[in-house]
Design a protein around this ligand. Structure first.
Ligand SMILES: NC(=O)c1ccc[n+]([C@@H]2O[C@H](COP(=O)([O-])OP(=O)(O)OC[C@H]3O[C@@H](n4cnc5c(N)ncnc54)[C@H](OP(=O)(O)O)[C@@H]3O)[C@@H](O)[C@H]2O)c1
Length: 209
């Protein structure tokens, strides 16, 4: 699948590198494609390319947004026409001190992004766990669960496939409004990992019987 990953920080680099390893066509959308850190990333991501965000989006079937929440509106508006495209929203609208969320209850970052990306099929995913778990989702107890949600079931299935390619187990949690629940779940992970000192080698796993 042709995937544009916008942002090449912790999340974008982990997802894009692993998808390129899995055989997907990955283009990183970055502000400075010639930056040394981008060159270094491309060396570790076989076949991947880098371009300016609006160029990277090109004919990508899936566009993955992995930018800080504060710049995400500008970034999405700068991507141009996303009508009909799958837009995977990895963002969390965290406060700068990581102690809480800046939106919630009546709206979510995922729904706001859907408002900025007219016609895109927004799927909230890859936000409820740390980037280290995107590099390695496996634990002794089993795979990390990747929760996702979105209003287009076919888009959700495609993104579920991309999560499975990385080794996640996937739970489709419902429509995009469920991002109002997945974003606080990310906040719980951040609280446990950092405020409670458990560190980033922790993950949520849904059990059933
Ligand atoms: N870190 C995690 O474990 C984690 C887990 C789940 C979800 N998230 C969420 O995922 C998102 C990304 O997190 P991260 O930790 O990967 O952040 P990060 O390491 O700070 O990386 C952010 C990326 O966004 C790019 N960027 C910043 N401003 C931009 C702009 N105006 N236009 C285009 N690109 C821009 C940065 O580019 P430069 O390199 O040029 O600065 C960088 O590549 C956040 O919303 C975060 O809440 C993070």
């Amino acid at each position: 699948m042709r995937i544009a990953v916008i942002g090449s920080g912790n999340v974008g680099a982990a997802l894009g590198r692993r998808w390129s390893e899995a055989g997907h066509d990955v283009v990183f959308g970055v502000r400075d494609p010639s930056a040394a850190k981008v060159t270094k990333l491309l060396e570790r991501a076989p076949g991947a390319l880098a371009a300016a965000p609006a160029t990277a989006t090109g004919d990508a079937e899936v566009v993955v947004l992995a930018t800080p929440w504060a710049v995400s509106e500008d970034v999405v508006l700068g991507l141009g026409d996303l009508d009909g495209r799958i837009l995977v929203d990895c963002t969390n609208p965290v406060q700068p001190d990581l102690k809480g969320l800046t939106v919630g209850h009546t709206v979510s970052a995922g729904e706001m992004i859907a408002g900025w990306a007219a016609g895109a099929k927004v799927v909230k995913a890859f936000n409820t766990t740390g980037s280290g778990n995107m590099e390695e989702p496996a634990y002794a107890e089993g795979a990390t669960t990747m929760f996702l949600c979105g209003d287009d079931p076919q888009a959700n299935r495609k993104v579920a496939g991309l999560a499975k390619d990385l080794g996640f187990e996937v739970v489709d949690a419902g429509g995009l409004h469920v991002a109002r629940l997945l974003e606080p779940l990310a906040m719980l992970w951040i609280n446990l990992a950092y405020a409670q000192g458990m560190g980033p080698d922790i993950a949520f796993r849904l059990m059933t019987r």
